[in-house]
Ligand binder design. Structure first.
Ligand code: DLL
Length: 431
């Protein structure tokens, strides 16, 4: 039931003591790096004065741009010969951000990934098909070593090559998949096109992550495949996947607090918010030798779910990520997240598995154009029916988020399928 029962069920007081000891070690390591040394000096802070967990709030935030500025190795705290791997995320602008790991870091990372895997009931009897990209992206290799640690039969399939993936399901009796929600929605369509009933496969579970998605999408994936889907959260700056994982209760993701000190802040003021309130997640990595990262602003919006979890793990749970602060759209003065629109679309049975949100600026006003595929079994091309459906979706969007977008209904298969992280929002506004 647990991978490491001692650490997963540690009492809060001991956990906080461990956090403080590890924080001091991480701060000391950070001060040895060329980037943080100057960073702390410029901010006028003396990290040796951090004597309690509350003192962490006196330190400045690290943002994505700091990682870019420190490129290639300004945040490395160990000699090069101790580094055994790097990962990188390209991002859309500027230099890549590079993350470094020692052998110990990789082993520890695989350990928390194993915690998440075991928390969902997966064992050495499972066949784990890893359909996240292998390479510089952390999704593939990150889960790979955790699943091997658990003793699963691991198929390092990577993403794409959809027909082969389906063949592997059948030939090796895959029971667990690791996949982005958007790719899983494409995959299930291809399975059906092959004349295979997804429910007839040996699949039992999916680990979904790497991109924001709604509860309605999880429900849809569970129904389409006839499996249980678990939410998995992570980001390359904090190792990659494995930062937080759902247990069998599927009620928020346990964030491994012996690895990360988590804060929820008001994204505007930067001040910590009271427990349970929604805000931006800020993480300090306190268990990585090669590259400590202090008070990293994730841009992800969530909150801590109050109260204990019936599974007995004492690490607090974060709620499904609502969206990224940078993905928020302001439409007619209303703040809207793509996940809110997705909820309406995925709760509409006539709607298919793929959609795009296109933002345009017309006479100084932001306009949203939703392009959404229809479900093939519902698609008859009857204009009256399509009109009624467009109206129905429009009404629900208005009722829930008071927006009035242009809705375009498309034939199934019209939009580019996603093999990894989907690009849902296309911003054509010229600022
Ligand atoms: O996406 C790591 C990962 C791989 C997580 C596989 C889970 C599974 P990055 O490429 O650095 O790392 O992107 C991190 O993706 O800040 C979130 O905005 C988003 N994200 C990741 N997991 C979730 C999730 C990997 N479960 C960024 N729900 C993060 C919502 C997620 N958003």
């Amino acid at each position: 039931m647990y991978w490491n029962s001692e650490l997963e069920t540690i009492d809060r007081k001991s956990l906080q003591e461990l956090q403080l000891a590890r924080l001091n070690r991480a701060l000391e390591a950070a001060s040895r790096t060329s980037y943080y040394k100057k960073f702390f000096e410029d901010a006028g802070v003396d990290v040796s004065k951090v004597k309690t967990l509350e003192h962490l709030q006196d330190l400045p935030f690290t943002v994505k741009n700091d990682l870019r500025l420190s490129y290639p190795d300004g945040m490395v705290a160990v000699p090069k010969r101790d580094i055994v791997r790097m990962h990188a995320s390209s991002g859309t602008t500027g230099k890549s951000t590079v993350i470094y790991y020692t052998r110990h870091d990789l082993d520890e990372w695989a350990g928390i990934v194993a915690r998440g895997i075991v928390a969902t009931g997966t064992t050495a009897d499972d066949v784990f098909q890893n359909m996240m990209g292998y390479g510089l992206f952390t999704g593939g290799l990150g889960l790979h070593y955790g699943a091997e640690k658990v003793g699963c039969f691991v198929i390092p399939a990577s993403s794409g090559n959809t027909l082969k993936q389906i063949q592997f399901f059948q030939d090796f009796g895959t029971t667990v998949i690791h996949i982005t929600p958007s790719y899983s929605l494409h995959l299930v369509e291809v399975i059906r096109e092959q004349g295979i009933d997804p429910h007839s496969l040996t699949l039992k579970k999916a680990y979904l992550g790497a991109e924001p998605y709604s509860e309605a999408t999880r429900d849809r994936i569970q129904d389409l495949y006839g499996i249980q889907a678990y939410n998995s959260y992570g980001l390359s700056e904090m190792n990659g996947p494995g930062v937080a994982f759902e247990c069998i209760h599927k009620n928020g993701m346990h964030l491994w607090e012996d690895f990360y000190i988590a804060e929820i802040i008001d994204p505007v003021t930067g001040k910590q918010l009271p427990d349970g309130e929604e805000g931006e997640l800020v993480l300090t990595h306190i268990n990585r030798e090669a590259m400590p990262v202090i008070r990293y602003r994730t841009r992800d919006l969530t909150r801590f779910i109050p109260g204990p979890c019936p599974c007995g793990r004492t690490h607090r749970r974060i709620e499904r990520i609502k969206g990224r602060t940078d993905d928020m759209m302001i439409l007619g003065g209303v703040n809207v997240f793509p996940s809110q629109i997705e909820t309406v679309l995925m709760n509409t049975p006539e709607v298919g598995n793929n959609y795009q949100l296109i933002l345009e600026r017309v006479s100084n006003l932001d306009k949203l154009h939703i392009r959404v595929e229809l479900n093939s079994s519902m698609f008859h091309g009857d204009l009256k029916e399509l009109d009624a459906l467009r109206k129905k979706i429009g009404e629900q969007l208005r009722a829930l988020i008071t927006i009035n977008p242009r809705i375009e209904l498309l034939e199934p298969g019209s939009l580019p399928p996603s093999m990894g992280k989907a690009q849902r929002v296309i911003d054509n506004r010229k600022i």
